[in-house]
Design a protein around this ligand. Structure first.
Ligand code: PLP
Length: 485
């Protein structure tokens, strides 16, 4: 009895034990298995999302980005402002901003691991995309830097050392056009002129009718200096000038440099990638720097410096010296101290964005060029003025003459008219004062630089047209109105 009772108690205990275990297994399966299985899966999915944003070919189907998708990619732009100044600071679509935030988050989750173990490979991925975009020979020719000012410092500081070390002699020259970007001119002054170099400034006449006008001025200046026995160590040439804007015949200018014995050529191509075709093998320069934040949808600050393999790599250093000093420019540029490197990592997402357009980047370049020419012609006709150069000498920006009665007669007038147009009429454009040539009367002295980027609409340009017409009707002149304001 006792034994039976004992055995039934044991059975009861055993049954209870089984029940408890079964319940625990059910709880475990219901709550923990999903966590154990799904958490790593979701984590992998989150990070893999970033990793899989590798370049894809332009689409060939009806699934191209739609107008409304484009507008929502730029819904963060200030409402009510017609933005026709993409050339100054570019634009960044929402999908790329989101990728930027994902990278920032990924870095902040475990900064040491990310910055010490992962960053280098991610930057290499971006550099490889750039290498392919510009048809460079080797990825080691490509260094990612913040902006053109940094790239110019890298190229120019090696010239200062060359003077200091006796490789260059006092009076050796750098050649540049008068329209060279102000910040780059300052770099020439700070590194080259201060070290004992002289500057040959080639006149850049505007308006222009043909590439030949640019080429002949350049050749003339080089021949003259050669005749004087001057050694030209470096040429600094824009690919797309800022204001007045034109696309320079860089391939021909580099060829002339080679023929005339210029030692190195640096192309400031701030506006190039995303607005013109860029091919390093074709252009043949020693150094070539483009932003990717102006016309290639990257956030500020992403740019690159290409240094041809044959250029003197050993003397090229990033102006910020950090741990990677002496390991080659690309490596030095990958680590310039502790900072947020996320902007450098969005290149795969940018490629994905660009390839949502028919024809990919080439399609965007053509569409922007055609549109800016059409809008430029429309404005010139409405104001009774002219374009600053033939359409085939411009990319996604073009200069349009402004009515003479606005009285733009100094750089100051141009600088003040820009915010006036923005505040009063909600139009963002860049205004340029073009000084008349010696003895010239009646030439156009005021130009507007208009840009076209994928988010622009015809109405933006109508708004500009009407704003200028309104100023003319009101009898506005820069001298009176802006100075009084
Ligand atoms: C010809 C040229 N170079 C350089 C820059 C910009 O330099 P950074 O990227 O250093 O601001 C610009 C900007 O408009 C430019 O037009």
């Amino acid at each position: 009895m006792t034994r039976n009772a004992g055995s039934s108690t044991q059975e009861n205990h055993f049954g209870q034990l089984l029940r408890v275990m079964a319940e625990k297994i059910v709880i475990f399966c219901r709550y923990y298995v999903p966590i154990i299985v799904l958490l790593p899966y979701r984590t992998l999915q989150f990070f893999y999302q970033i990793k899989t944003q590798v370049p894809i070919e332009p689409k060939h189907s009806s699934s191209f980005i739609t107008d409304s998708e484009i507008q929502s990619e730029f819904a963060h732009h200030a409402p009510g402002v017609a933005m026709m100044n993409n050339g100054s600071f570019g634009c960044c679509p929402a999908s790329v901003i989101s990728a930027l935030h994902q990278w920032q988050l990924k870095m902040l989750r475990q900064p040491s691991h990310f910055l010490l173990n992962e960053l280098k490979n991610r930057i290499l991925e971006s550099r490889t995309i750039i290498k392919d975009l510009i048809n460079a020979e080797d990825v080691d020719e490509v260094s990612i830097v913040d902006n053109i000012s940094t790239a110019a410092a890298i190229v120019l500081q090696q010239t200062a050392w060359a003077f200091a070390e006796g490789k260059f002699n006092k009076g050796d020259a750098v050649i540049m056009f008068s329209c060279t970007y102000g910040a780059v001119k300052n770099s020439i002054e700070a590194y080259f002129s201060r070290a004992g170099g002289s500057v040959i400034e080639v006149p850049f006449n505007f308006p222009l009718n043909s590439n030949e006008e640019i080429i002949s001025e350049f050749r003339k200046a080089l021949e003259r200096e050669k005749g004087n026995g001057r050694r030209v160590r470096l040429a600094v040439i824009d690919h797309v000038t800022c204001v007045p804007t034109v696309v320079m015949p860089v391939k021909q200018l580099v060829k002339i440099c080679r023929e005339e014995g210029v030692e190195q050529v640096f192309i400031d191509a701030a506006h190039a990638v995303g607005s013109v075709d860029v091919d390093m093998q074709e252009i043949g320069a020693d150094f070539y720097a483009s932003t990717l934040y102006k016309w290639f949808f990257c956030p500020p600050v992403v740019s690159f410096l290409y240094c041809r393999k044959s250029a003197t790599h050993s003397d090229l250093h990033h102006p910020i010296v950090s741990h990677r000093y002496g390991n080659g420019l690309a490596e030095e540029s990958f680590w310039v101290g502790s900072r947020d490197y996320s902007p450098y990592l969005v290149l795969p997402s940018v490629m994905e964005f660009v390839n949502r357009f028919e024809g990919g980047l080439k399609g965007i370049i053509k569409m922007n060029h055609d549109a800016v020419v059409e809008m430029g012609k429309m404005l010139a006709e409405a104001w009774g003025t002219n374009l600053g150069c033939p359409p085939d000498m411009c990319a996604s920006m073009i200069m349009v003459g402004l009515p003479a009665c606005l009285g733009i007669s100094s750089d100051e007038d141009a600088t003040k008219l820009r915010p006036h147009l923005c505040d009063k009429f909600g139009v963002e454009v860049r205004i340029h004062y073009q000084a008349p040539k010696d003895g010239e009367v009646g030439s156009t002295t005021g130009y507007v630089r208009i840009c076209h980027q994928i988010y622009n609409k015809v109405d933006d340009y109508y708004k500009l047209r009407d704003a200028i017409n309104q100023l003319v009707r009101d009898g506005f002149t820069c001298a009176l109105e802006i100075n009084e304001a």
